[in-house]
Design a protein around this ligand. Structure first.
Ligand code: AMO
Length: 398
C-alpha cells in the first residue's frame, strides 16, 4: 500500500486474516484505492521494515484495467506517454519528490526575500503590450480587442519602483510562444522576478541574487531534513560569491571574439564545459553584456559615458541560463531613445512611461527561471519533468 508518506507492506496470513480478504484483494486491480485497519508489527524482512496485519478492509475506488502506464514496475515509459497520463505518472514516489523539493525551494525563496524586506506582489498576466519583443507573445481575444499573455512582469515590477515600493518580488507564470523544441524551453514557466531601487549597480544586484539563491537552497534543505532527508541530500550547498566572466571574454574563450549577437544555446553549453567543469562552482555570472546584444531590451541602462555597454548579466549553471538582469534605464528621455532604437513604439507603453515622469529612483532587478533551476539542481534531463503539467508548442493537455 502506498500513500503520500511512502509504502508499507500489508500481509495476509492464512488462518489469521479474515477469509474474504484473500478473494477481495486477489480480484482487485493494481492502483485501486483501499482502506485498511490493522495491527502494525516489526517485520525485518519486509522492505518497509514493518507490516500490517489487516482486521478491516474497504475498497474505496477500483482502478480500470489495463493501466496505460505502470506505476511500480521498472519499465521506463517515454516522456510523452508519461505526460499523456501524468496523473498516474505522478504517483511514482520519486516524482512526488521533485515537487516536494520544488515547494521547499519556493518557500526558501520567499523566506530569503522577506528577510530582506522585499514585498511579494502579483502583477497582471493579461496585457495590452509585451515587453521583451513581439515574437514570443501569445495573442488572445480580449472581448473585442487583442491582448497578450505576459511574457514577464518586467514593466510592472519597474512601475512599482516608480510607486516607491523599492523592493518587490513575484513568483508567477510567464508565457512565451517559444517554438524551440528543446529540453530547456517551455511555453508556460514560473518566473521568479525581483526588482529593487538603489541597488548599488550591477554588482549589488548580483550579490543580492546569489545571496538569495544560497539562502533559499539552505532553507529548502533544512525544511526537508526532518521528514524527507533523502530529498534534502539532493540539494547542494551553494558556494558564494559566484565567479564572474565578462561577455567579451566568453566570446574569446569560445573562439568567436568578433561575432555579433548573443551566444547560441550550443555556445552556452560549451561555455559551461569550459567554465564549470566537474568540481568547479557550477554557478557563474556572465557580466557586462554589450548594448548591441541587448538592443531590444530597451529598459536596460546604457551608461551615458559608455553607451556601448550595459550592466546586464546572466546567471548560468553549467551552461544552462538560469537568470538575467541588470540596472534599468531610469531616465524617461533615454528610455524613449532606447525604445526607438529597438523599433518599439512608445505609444503602446503609455502606462509604463508615465511611471518615469514623476520621479523614478535608480533601480534594477532580475528574472529567474524556477523550472530551469529545479532541472539543474536535480539533474532532470528535461525541463518538462520540473512542472506538474508542462506546456510546450505541442502540448496543452492534460
Ligand atoms: P529572460 O527572458 O532572460 O529575462 O528570462 C528570465 C529567465 O526565465 C527563464 N526562461 C524560461 N524558462 C523556461 N522556458 C522558457 N521558454 C523560458 N524563457 C525564459 C530562464 C531565463 O533566464 N525581464 C527579464 C528579466 C529581468 O531583466 O529582470 C526576462 O524576462 O531561466
Amino acid at each position: 500500500m502506498r500513500d503520500r508518506t511512502g509504502v508499507v507492506q500489508v500481509t495476509l496470513k492464512k488462518g489469521v486474516a479474515p477469509p474474504g480478504f484473500f478473494d477481495t484483494l486477489a480480484a482487485l486491480s493494481r492502483e485501486s484505492v483501499v482502506e485498511v485497519v490493522g495491527t502494525v508489527a516489526r517485520a525485518p524482512r519486509a522492505f518497509s521494515g514493518v507490516e500490517v496485519a489487516p482486521s478491516a478492509l474497504t475498497v474505496l475506488s477500483v482502478a480500470e484495467v489495463p493501466l496505460p502506464l505502470g506505476v511500480v514496475d521498472k519499465v521506463r515509459a517515454e516522456l510523452d506517454t508519461r505526460l499523456d497520463h501524468r496523473v498516474l505518472d505522478l504517483r511514482k514516489p520519486e516524482l512526488r519528490g521533485v515537487f516536494e523539493v520544488r515547494a521547499a525551494l519556493l518557500h526558501g525563496f520567499r523566506t530569503a526575500f522577506r528577510a530582506r524586506e522585499f514585498l511579494e506582489v502579483e502583477t497582471p498576466k493579461l496585457l495590452r503590450q509585451g515587453a521583451e519583443g513581439g515574437a514570443t507573445l501569445f495573442r488572445l481575444d480580449y472581448f473585442d480587442r487583442p491582448a497578450f499573455l505576459a511574457q514577464s512582469p518586467q514593466l510592472y515590477k519597474q512601475m512599482l519602483m516608480g510607486a516607491g515600493f523599492e523592493r518587490v518580488f513575484e513568483i508567477a507564470p510567464a508565457f512565451r510562444a517559444e517554438r524551440s523544441d528543446t529540453v530547456r524551453h517551455l511555453t508556460e514557466f514560473t518566473s521568479l522576478d525581483a526588482e529593487m531601487a538603489y541597488p548599488d549597480g550591477a554588482e549589488g544586484l548580483r550579490r543580492m541574487l546569489e545571496e538569495i539563491l544560497r539562502e533559499a537552497v539552505a532553507t529548502a534543505r533544512e525544511s526537508l531534513q526532518a521528514l524527507r532527508p533523502e530529498l534534502a541530500a539532493k540539494l547542494p550547498v551553494v558556494a558564494t560569491p559566484f565567479p564572474t566572466i565578462p561577455f567579451a571574454a566568453c566570446r574569446e574563450r569560445l573562439g568567436v571574439p568578433e561575432r555579433a549577437g548573443d551566444l547560441t544555446t550550443e555556445e552556452e553549453r560549451r561555455l559551461g564545459e569550459l567554465l564549470a567543469p566537474e568540481g568547479a562552482n557550477p554557478f557563474y555570472f556572465i557580466t557586462d553584456f554589450p548594448s548591441e546584444v541587448k538592443r531590444t531590451t530597451f529598459y536596460a541602462a546604457r551608461p551615458p559615458e559608455d553607451p556601448a555597454r550595459t550592466g546586464y548579466f546572466d546567471l548560468a549553471y553549467r551552461g544552462l541560463e538560469l537568470a538575467s538582469g541588470g540596472p534599468r534605464e531610469p531616465d524617461a528621455a533615454r528610455l524613449r531613445a532606447n525604445m526607438a532604437a529597438a523599433g518599439v513604439d512608445p505609444a503602446g507603453f503609455a502606462g509604463y512611461l508615465e511611471a518615469f515622469r514623476y520621479g523614478m529612483p535608480p533601480h534594477g532587478g532580475f528574472g529567474f527561471g524556477v523550472d530551469r533551476f529545479l532541472q539543474a539542481l536535480l539533474g532532470l534531463p528535461n525541463i518538462r519533468e520540473s512542472r506538474l503539467f508542462p506546456r510546450d508548442q505541442y502540448r496543452l493537455d492534460p
